[in-house]
Write a protein that binds this ligand. Structure first.
Ligand code: NAD
Ligand code: ZN
Length: 344
């Protein structure tokens, strides 16, 4: 299966379960971490032929998506005498693809990179669309660039070793796309337990199609791409309140979606049945949907930390029925607080 990301001069393909021999006539560096390399690097190496092949292993974890690791990667490229024709391959989850893409975007003013994502979240979301970056002490993903990969290879077989909790955190992002854009995908997820590789590949394909379309329409997130942040406005506050320790990103998004849905219900955008069926689907995948808010005023204030909120207006991305979205930036504080109170 192949999906096109249509971006004029920077178009590329996402290959799903089609990874075969890759041949390069230039220097190549695979950026990965020890967890992924221990499990899958041998398999990948058997498929890659290059003039000069380097492996750069970075420490595993969101904490290492930072300047030090970026600098480490860049220095390794200079040591290996990389030039502007060289290529990087990101082999890992979203952390690896974000930092590899960013390194590729600034090494000698930009070189090519390819994504071979190994988590569900990175296969359906992070590896497609060209957002790259790192974190610093002021927040997550605040430093970065738009730099599109040359190709993406999503292999469902890599997910066999992914811990269940990481897997369903990825499913949460898939549910997000279904609620915003595709009622049939929502129905499919209601029926499927995603136990077979076939079903997982179908989910990857559907989500990549959605992401590719959204990115093709709005590469720089000036309009429709913002819809992919459904559940994130609330989710980011939950992640921040819990110091990024208690919940995986997808888990916080799951709770965030449920909170957003309560707001949508309050505004008559979704019915009670829809509200309940979405929460039921999240629970089916063992995702959390509730979080006890200690101080609703403080929670509300943190919405303004969001990159998407500007001019004192909070942008709420809400379902307008299942499969359709609406973006609202004129919801009164009182109504939002009323909804937050339901989670106290
Ligand atoms: N650029 C974007 O558009 C975009 C979109 C969404 C998220 N992101 C970023 O992605 C990151 C989160 O990505 P993630 O959820 O993939 O987390 P991650 O990269 O930290 O991976 C999660 C864990 O799974 C391990 N792992 C990876 N593949 C495995 C496999 N096949 N088997 C066993 N273990 C495996 C990793 O080593 C890690 O410990 C965040 O930094 C987020 O900001 C970026
Ligand atoms: Zn997300």
């Amino acid at each position: 299966m192949q999906v096109d990301v249509d971006l004029k001069d920077f178009s590329y393909k996402v290959f799903i379960d089609e990874l075969s021999q890759l041949k390069f006539n230039q220097n190549v560096a695979i950026i990965t971490n020890q967890t992924v390399s221990g499990l899958w690097l041998k398999d990948l190496l058997s498929l890659i032929e290059a003039k000069n092949l380097n492996i750069i292993s970075i420490p595993d974890g969101e904490n290492y998506k930072n300047f030090d690791t970026l600098n480490f990667i860049l220095e390794q490229l200079f040591v290996a005498k990389f030039d502007r024709k060289s290529t990087l391959i990101a082999f890992g989850g979203g952390v690896v693809s974000d930092i590899t893409g960013f390194a590729a975007s600034i090494f000698q003013r930009g070189i090519d990179f390819i994504n071979i994502p190994t988590t569900l979240l990175s296969q359906i979301d992070a590896s497609v669309g060209g957002k790259t970056g790192i974190n610093n002490k002021f927040g997550k993903n605040l430093i970065g660039s738009f730099h599109q990969p040359k190709a993406v290879y999503c292999e469902s077989k890599f997910l066999k070793t992914l811990p269940y909790r990481e897997f369903v955190a990825g499913v949460a992002e898939g549910i997000k796309m279904a609620i915003m854009f595709d009622k049939n995908l929502f129905k499919f997820l209601e029926k499927s337990d995603l136990k077979t590789q076939n079903e997982i590949s179908k989910l990857i394909k559907k989500c990549v199609e959605i992401k590719a379309k959204v990115v093709s329409l709005d590469e720089r997130e000036s309009n429709i791409r913002v819809v992919l942040n459904y559940g994130h406005t609330f989710g980011h506050v939950i992640e921040n309140n819990t110091n990024y320790l208690k919940f995986l990103h997808g888990e916080a998004v799951s709770i965030g979606m449920n909170m957003a849905n309560h707001l949508a219900f309050r505004l008559n955008l979704i019915s009670k049945d829809e509200l309940v069926s979405i929460e039921k689907l999240l629970i089916k995948f063992n995702l959390p949907t509730r979080y006890k808010i200690k101080d609703i005023e403080k929670f509300y204030d943190k919405f303004f930390l969001d990159k998407k909120s500007s001019n004192k207006k909070i942008k709420f991305i809400l379902p307008n029925g299942i499969g359709k979205y609406i973006v609202k930036d004129d919801i009164s504080k009182d109504i939002v607080l009323e909804v937050l109170r339901e989670f106290q």
